[in-house]
Design a protein around this ligand. Sequence first.
Ligand code: ZN
Length: 251
Amino acid sequence: MRILLLSDIHANLEALEASLAAAPSFDAVVNLGDIVGYGASPNEVTARSRDLGKIFVRGNHDKAVTGLLELDDFNPMAASAAIWTRNALTSQNLDWLRALPQGPIALPDFPQVQLVHGSPNDEDEYVVSLGDALAPLITRTTPLTFFGHTHLQGGFFVNDSSADGFRPEYRTVGQAESIPLQLKAEARYLINPGSVGQPRDGDWRAAFALYDTDAQVVHFRRTPYNLKVAQDRIFAAKLPPRLATRLAAGR
Ligand code: ZN
């Protein structure tokens, strides 16, 4: 089975459509949350996400926009985008986002794989460093966890003799590219497919991944998208302009 892994789309319709166009054939879609927030196409991205699949975990922005999380912990830019998004969403889409499940959840038919937005230990925790990753990697027995939230593509592993982090190393800065990671049976992994709609690893291209369950390979992917259209929508919506400019830098 080939599973398309999407995370942190953040209402960026252009990045989502480019990712779907660039993705090779897949059997199912997993969405790791933060469908909305920051970007200017929350209804379009929510509708597209709903059409694509049934496997979701909720993100902190999905919670904040729908009133499940106080805005106190958000910086002013994120908070103002959350309020804008709440006002822009249809009541139907708000209800649907509010009902998204809390992670971690098991991947249907693959109990050795779990899905979460932040950390397996806390859905809102950021797993940025190896230190952050070690606690869930050591205390949890699930061999493979897919997570999002940091907007950093890559991940962490632990086996009997070592532990480390990894990032895919691409050759270009503007082409569609794919980098495979062969999973080893003796290791446990935390893997982030990266952010579709607001990457923060210095690469502006939309990030996503494909998990081949038969071959046990995760294919990290980047694809260029129509940045200008996504930015112009943010300017036109009178969202904080920095939300548009940061997309170009991937920060
Ligand atoms: Zn996010």
